[in-house]
Design a protein around this ligand. Sequence first.
Ligand code: HH2
Length: 272
Amino acid sequence: MRPPIEQRFPRPSVMGVVNVTPDSFSDGGVHFDPAEAAAAARRMFAEGAAIVDIGGESTRPGAAAVPAQEELRRIAPVLEAVQGEVPVSTDTSKAEVARRAIELGAELVNDVTALRRDPELAGMVADSGAYLCLMHMQGEPRTMQADPRYEDVVAEVAAFLEERLAFAVRSGVPEERICLDPGIGFGKTVEHNFELLRRLDELTALGRPILIGFSRKSSLGKLLGDPDATSGSVAASVGAAVAAYERGATILRAHDVREHVEALAAARAAQV
Ligand code: HH2
C-alpha cells in the first residue's frame, strides 16, 4: 500500500519533465532518443526531483493525437532503462499506456484530460494503486488556445476539479491518492493563468495537494513582452513556481530541475 500522496510528496516537491516526443513545445526532440531520455531522467532525480514525468504525446497547442502503440514505443524503453532507479510518473490519458507504464514502475498517472478521454483509465488506476493527477483543460490541445473564455476562471476550474475528483473517487480511486492541477496554459490566456496563481487558495480549499506546471510556458514569454512567444525563460519559470509554492502548491512540474529545487529550498526556508 502506498502512503497518502501528501506524505509521498511533501511541500514543495519537484516533478521533472522528460518528453519523449519530436514536437513538445519546449524540449521537443531533445529526449526523443531513449538513451538520452533515460539519462535526463537520471540527472533530474540526482538534482532533487521527487519524481520524473515521462510523456510520449505532446499536448502543446495545436498538437496532433498519438496512437497508444506509438506512445508506448516511445516511452517503454525509457521506463525500462530507469526502472528501480528513478521514481517516475506517466503523462498519458490512455489506459493501455498507463497500464504498461505502471508494470514498468510508474507510481503516478498524470492525466491532462482528468479521466475524460479513456473510459477505462479510472478503473485501471483504481485497481493499480497508483497515484493520480487530475488536470483542468478547456477544449482540446488542437484548438484550446484559439479563444479561451471564462466568466470566472478560478471558480470554473475549481468546480471542474471538484467534479472530476468526485468522479475518480466514485470510480474507486481513494481520495488520498489524488492531486489536482489547474492546467496552466490549457485553454487559458496569460491573465487566466496568473489569476489562477493569485487565487490559488480557492483551489487548495478543495482539500487535495495542488500540482502546478508553469515551467517554460508561453504565458511567461508573453508576460515579458513577446506577444508571439511559444515558450518562457527558466528564470520566469522559477519565479512562477516559487509564487505557486508560496500560495499553497505542493508539486511543481519543471523542466529545469536543479534551478527549481534550489529556489524552492530557499523559499521553503523562509516559510513561517
Ligand atoms: N503541462 C504539459 C504537459 N503535461 N501535466 C500536468 N499535470 N500539468 C501541466 O501543466 C502539464 C502536464 C505541457 O508541458 P510539456 O510536457 O513540457 O509539453 P508538451 O505537452 O508539448 O509535451
